[in-house]
Design a protein around this ligand. Structure first.
Ligand SMILES: [Zn+2]
Ligand SMILES: [Zn+2]
Length: 140
């Protein structure tokens, strides 16, 4: 998402456009996403001196609400943020926490329908495949 698109989206939702929000969005895209909040903080520290981890989390949560990023639970239990929001799935390594995209046609409409039937406000569903990445498998 470009600076301009993010600015418009923030204004539409009555949110302020801040340099923090723009820099964090840019960083996520430049790094192809799948970053933890800690990695985002380390990456923007030079551009945004004095930024604290809770601010980064709050920004990423706002982005999630806006549909700008998705949260992916990794096999190691950490949370990464993904600026790619079109349907795709993930491979996560339970040893090193690596996250990779995987493209595969998966029929998830039935799961979403059933979720909604229970009153759950389902937004999206994806498949997370956990296991060992190539490097970890080679060193196992
Ligand atoms: Zn691994
Ligand atoms: Zn992804």
């Amino acid at each position: 998402m470009t600076d301009q698109a993010l600015s418009e989206l923030l204004r539409d939702r009555g949110q302020r456009v801040t340099s923090q929000r723009l820099v964090i969005n840019r960083f996520l895209h430049e790094h192809d996403g799948h970053l933890t909040a800690e990695q985002v903080l380390a990456g923007v520290a030079d551009a945004l001196p004095g930024t604290a981890l809770p601010t980064v989390y709050a920004t990423l949560e706002l982005f999630e609400d806006l549909g700008v990023v998705r949260r992916v639970q990794t096999g190691g239990g950490t949370m990464v943020f993904d600026p790619r929001t079109d349907p795709h799935h993930h491979l996560t390594c339970r040893r090193c926490g690596a996250v990779e995209d995987v493209e595969a046609p998966v029929e998830l409409a039935g799961v979403l329908r059933r979720a909604r039937r229970t009153g759950f406000e389902a937004e999206h569903a994806e498949v997370v495949v956990s296991g060992l990445c190539r490097e970890c498998a080679a060193n196992a």
